[in-house]
Write a protein that binds this ligand. Sequence first.
Ligand SMILES: NC(=O)c1ccc[n+]([C@@H]2O[C@H](COP(=O)([O-])OP(=O)(O)OC[C@H]3O[C@@H](n4cnc5c(N)ncnc54)[C@H](O)[C@@H]3O)[C@@H](O)[C@H]2O)c1
Ligand SMILES: O=C/C=C/C=C(\O)C(=O)O
Length: 486
Amino acid sequence: MKEIKHFINGAFVDSASGRTFEDINPVNGQVIGRVHEAGRAEVDAAVRAARAALKGPWGKMTVAERAEILHRVADGVTARFDEFLEAECLDTGKPKSLASHIDIPRGAANFKVFADLIKNVPTEAFEMATPDGAGALNYGVRRPKGVIGVISPWNLPLLLMTWKVGPALACGNCVVVKPSEETPLTATLLGEVMQAAGVPAGVYNVVHGFGGDSAGAFLTEHPDVDAYTFTGETGTGETIMRAAAKGVRQVSLELGGKNAGIVFADCDLDKAIEGTLRSAFANCGQVCLGTERVYVERPIFDAFVARLKAGAEALKIGEPNDPEANFGPLISHKHREKVLSYYQQAVDDGATVVTGGGVPEMPAHLAGGAWVQPTIWTGLTDDSAVVTEEIFGPCCHIRPFDTEAEAIELANSLPYGLASAIWTENASRAHRVAGQIEAGIVWVNSWFLRDLRTAFGGAKQSGIGREGGVHSLEFYTELKNICVKL
Ligand SMILES: NC(=O)c1ccc[n+]([C@@H]2O[C@H](COP(=O)([O-])OP(=O)(O)OC[C@H]3O[C@@H](n4cnc5c(N)ncnc54)[C@H](O)[C@@H]3O)[C@@H](O)[C@H]2O)c1
Ligand SMILES: O=C/C=C/C=C(\O)C(=O)O
């Protein structure tokens, strides 16, 4: 049985309390390992180690030296690709075919992209006139923000954690990471890679545990953390923001969504079906950017529903090692209860269940897993909780629309504003509609197509701030203006 420890000040350590919790494999419900649960003592040790590393070797390194080390971290992830893949799939149950294309390569890319970026950012300068005619010169310098608390979710564990740790370290900060209690493995493995790459002790720390009244809360309440970057549910974001208010600490929040897909009759239907299938069902629907509301222009509504149904029914449910499988389990039985409660709610609200709606029959060795069927509904009213609340499962509701204005209004009707996907071959319409969608990210004729230099984040209740490219620098550095009177 694996024992999963904290990584503090360059060493793997137990919890002083001896408290542990189980890491469960969602494929079969079996225990993968025992995870040490951090108390305030371990969180405090991690924060102190981070502060010391900031004042010590990491803070004194040149940008070029830091960037070189981060490249070695990326290479270290790639060199141990199979171990990261195994660990990520054990924790999440997701198909290896998916994690080997998305999670693990992005885990490496998140270090490379920001290591390169940091070497190439210009600083701003303003010359100004002064009454004595001599003038003055203003210029900006960026300094690390300090010790960053990183709190990450379970759906894309390595990808989402490194998406924050990569730029934070590139900018010269030190981090204390609190990965999701559901997925402790890859953050821990990354500690070994950091060490081998020459990242000084204390720069990257990992504390394990839960959210409220556990490692998550202890980290957000710790007075010596300078800023928090969080990805997770909107409600948790509110709690973290409240904790960060004490001491006026900055937050970057990437939160939930209830994303709309808008499919116009002039779309390329093959592409729209393929993209909507991915956006609704990839990672068993557990992607913050996923589409749970699909609005389809009436002339193609029936054809679209029939083809999406066929696509959903052709998904191959299976365990990570099954090379044919492209659909895994949900993260846990607890999450399955939540998803199934919405499946029941849909029926209670009078939905037509186009496909799915329950739990699939699985072979005996997988019967203990958190499996659920990909599900499509039609016929719900716009105020059904199934249509307004984030389910975070493999499901979507499809509703017809008649005009462009109606589609935009429907897409914008909720308090969330993370992402949207528009399907049309009419270029003017694509730009016109995309410009009016209230979301941080709009894809046209694609979904989850990511250029890491672009701004990433949510509008409305889907988040605060943007990360990605130079936008990450805004959060992970303090911009100081120096004014020199000539
Ligand atoms: N916008 C984005 O980029 C993005 C990306 C991925 C996931 N998400 C969202 O994440 C959610 C799914 O992830 P989840 O269920 O792990 O989210 P969650 O909010 O339950 O947990 C996320 C992390 O926060 C910690 N946490 C929980 N309560 C806490 C507290 N009181 N104080 C400090 N930390 C606390 C958890 O332990 C975990 O590490 C969905 O809502 C999804 O939309 C958003
Ligand atoms: O589940 C949410 C996916 C988020 C993706 C990213 O943060 C990214 O691609 O950088």
